[in-house]
Design a protein around this ligand. Structure first.
Ligand SMILES: C[S@@+](CC[C@H](N)C(=O)[O-])C[C@H]1O[C@@H](n2cnc3c(N)ncnc32)[C@H](O)[C@@H]1O
Length: 248
């Protein structure tokens, strides 16, 4: 059965514009400030989608940003819209960059879509310099026990793969990240839901349209509600292996 990529649907751009995530560029600015990024610093936008964040980081913050995304469609759009920027087609599970290449990695509403979270976190750790920052925003389930039921639907969306925050924190810490900032931004998700209902009449109609009628929008949204989704911002700092094991 074909799995539909919701983020490639025109419904998503209709509602969210060029950045496919709750909060748009507002949280990106917070990321730049809290990660203490300075002009010229190197940044990887992991799961860069249509490329707008890479362009914004370069134009507004004068950062040396590049983007990577596995979707041929997204990379084509990114290259078409922002010809001055550098985009790679590839996955977070296999980053085509040398060790310690970046001061910061941004993953805005993209980690939840990656098949092997452990591999991706290891890859991010590898490509970051010592003390490099990993800036994440994404959807999480306040009732994570219900998320498993969303796996039965043939749709790829951050909603169908919401994070269990405790599990994500554990994975990051075990890899060697020190989480120095976390904040709940569920208000941006609510804001997005209101916008969707205003345009589509109901969340059910939206999911029906965003999946090109591949899924039953009523059922899908009923389970989403059971998961009680929220939106988070988290920043981890790469601690060097030697600092972590002083006795070795
Ligand atoms: C919801 S969109 C967000 C895009 C962009 N960060 C933004 O906010 O506009 C999620 C993106 O993650 C990408 N993605 C999915 N699986 C991925 C993977 N394994 N590695 C990197 N990116 C991935 C998708 O192709 C999609 O463009």
């Amino acid at each position: 059965m074909k799995t539909h990529n919701a983020y490639e649907s025109s419904c998503m751009t209709e509602i969210m514009g060029e950045t496919l995530r709750p909060g748009g560029l507002r949280l990106t600015d917070i990321g730049v400030a809290y990660c203490n990024l300075l002009p010229g610093d190197t940044v990887l936008d992991l799961g860069c989608g249509r490329g707008a964040t890479v362009d914004y980081l370069y134009r507004k913050h004068h950062l040396s940003a590049v983007g990577i995304d596995p979707s041929e469609k997204m990379i084509e759009i990114a290259k078409g819209n922002y010809g001055h920027a550098v985009f790679y087609q590839g996955k977070g599970e296999q980053l085509p960059f040398a060790d310690e290449s970046f001061d910061c990695v941004f993953a805005e509403c993209s980690l939840s879509l990656m098949e092997s979270l452990d591999t991706v976190i290891n890859q991010v750790y590898r490509v970051l310099k010592d003390n490099g920052r990993f800036f994440m925003t994404d959807i999480y389930a306040k009732n994570s026990a219900a998320v498993i039921k969303l796996g039965n639907y043939s749709i790829n969306s951050c909603m169908s793969r919401m994070h269990d925050l405790d599990m994500l924190r554990d994975k990051l810490q075990q890899t060697g990240f020190f989480i120095f900032y976390w904040e709940d931004y569920s208000q941006y998700l609510k804001e997005l839901f209101v916008k969707i209902i205003f345009s589509y009449g109901s969340m059910h109609n939206f999911w029906h349209a965003a999946s090109e009628k591949c899924i039953n929008g009523d059922e899908f949204y009923r389970i989403i509600k059971q998961c009680n989704p929220g939106y988070f911002l988290m920043i981890g700092r790469k601690e060097s292996k030697t600092l972590r094991c002083p006795g070795v």
